[in-house]
Write a protein that binds this ligand. Structure first.
Ligand code: NZQ
Ligand code: ZN
Length: 384
């Protein structure tokens, strides 16, 4: 096992009607900014629950944080934070609202040009306190310190991470996910699955517990994911998916193990360039990444094949092929396409994305830096 330090201080309130608890989580004298997206929270009752919970607080609102939150929109919120002297941000929405709010929280206290936080690794010395009411289980953003923000002018989608933007608390009510469109349900399941794979499908370092946690998440998503479509009103299904997504990226399964993230790095460039949803890009790249990396990842793919998929691995090469096919079939089982051609895209994507990877220094990605630009190109060409 590798050395690690682990702390996840985000307090989770999980279950139905838990949104009311935000009243006790935010200091009574705080000036709160409620941030949200395009309005889904107004039609599914979440907004009303938040308004009720904040009835004794002083609060303002900032709507309009878009999917793949933009730097441009976030900077408008930063101006509002400064004008109203906000000292607590309550993000109500999916990963985009949470991520955008983290950037707002850091940018409001940043000396200098806040885009530098993303493009130059500008150091964050403080941030405004943040809480999250999660409406889309997917990213784990509700209890991690990561944020991904896009610049609409430059077509760049860049990430930063800081413990200072870790949410103080997060409310996870699975019932609020009933209103998700199928496309977003699928996105969430696939994103959580791929987060787990990025931290599991590397090489063995003897981290048995982390492996089994990861396998538990993968098996739960494979079991429950399709039921979100066949039994859309089943609360337990939603609850299991929601908790899996949080646990997939709150630091626990990634502590003490090598991490990959090459699929994500390629995927972010695809979203920035072609506007595909985050998880749509992952479902295209991961099966081809597994195929391209099957020798480097051999031991772990076989472990995944046997323990997660229940495959007979006596013929190792056959088992690896079957594991890749089964992974793609799982994505299809949650109605997620897995090819560039499903989005009317073709071979032209390869050069374009490789150019962007190079521009962002992503020339040797993966757990051993083994995914060179040539390999990224091959993966994309195989994904048509
Ligand atoms: O904007 P509204 O109207 O709220 O609608 C949203 C949005 O259109 C809708 N939605 C959310 N909850 C809903 C709902 N509609 C009905 N009922 C509900 N309960 O869903 C749409 C997509 O929302 P979004 O927040 O964009 O989705 P997601 O949670 O998948 O977040 C994706 C973003 O997170 C980043 C991605 O790159 C992408 O920008 N990621 C963040 C990570 C992190 N912070 O750790 C890691 C991930 O790998 C990822 O990169
Ligand atoms: Zn992701």
């Amino acid at each position: 096992m590798l050395n690690f330090s682990f702390a996840n201080p985000t307090k989770i309130h999980f279950g139905e009607q838990q949104i009311a608890l935000i009243k006790n989580e935010i200091p009574a004298d705080a000036k709160v900014l409620v941030t949200y997206g395009g309005g889904s929270i107004k039609s599914n009752g979440v907004y009303d629950q938040v308004v009720d919970a904040l009835s004794e607080h002083t609060w303002f609102e900032f709507p309009g944080i878009e999917p793949n939150p933009s730097y441009q929109t976030c900077m408008k919120a930063v101006a509002l934070v400064k004008e109203k002297q906000i000292d607590y941000i309550l993000a109500v929405g999916g990963g985009s609202v949470a991520d955008g709010s983290k950037f707002i929280a850091a940018a409001a206290n940043y000396d200098g040009e806040p885009w530098d936080i993303l493009s130059k690794g500008g150091e964050i010395k403080s941030a405004i306190a943040l809480g999250v009411v999660l409406t889309l289980p997917a990213t784990g953003s509700e209890s991690n310190g990561n944020s991904v923000v896009s610049n609409l002018d430059t077509h760049e989608k860049l990430a930063f991470a800081s413990p200072l933007v870790l949410p103080k608390f997060a409310v996870l009510d699975p019932a609020v996910t009933f209103s998700l469109p199928n496309r977003q349900v699928a996105n969430g399941i696939v994103d959580a699955f791929v987060h787990t794979m990025e931290q599991y499908l590397t090489y063995d370092v003897g981290a048995k517990l982390q492996d089994r946690f990861a396998e538990g998440i993968l098996m739960t998503l494979i079991e429950e994911g399709p039921k979100a479509f066949s039994e859309p009103d089943n609360y337990q299904v939603r609850a299991n998916i929601m908790w899996s997504a949080t646990m997939a990226l709150n630091g626990l399964i990634g502590a003490g193990v090598p991490q990959d993230w090459a699929t994500h790095m390629i995927g972010h460039e695809m979203t920035a360039m072609y506007g595909l949803d985050h998880a749509q890009t992952l479902a295209i790249v991961l099966p081809r990444m597994m195929a391209e990396q099957k020798e480097t990842k051999r031991g772990k793919i076989l472990q995944y094949a046997e323990r997660v998929l229940g495959l007979d691995i006596s013929d190792e090469d056959a088992a690896i092929e079957q594991a890749i096919t089964a992974t793609e079939a799982f994505f299809h089982s949650v109605n997620m396409p897995t090819r560039l051609s499903d989005y009317q895209l073709g071979e032209e994507v390869a050069d374009k994305i490789v150019e962007q990877l190079e521009r962002h220094g992503m020339t040797a990605i993966g757990e051993r830096g083994q995914v060179t630009l040539d390999k990224s190109r091959a993966i994309l060409l195989a994904s048509v």
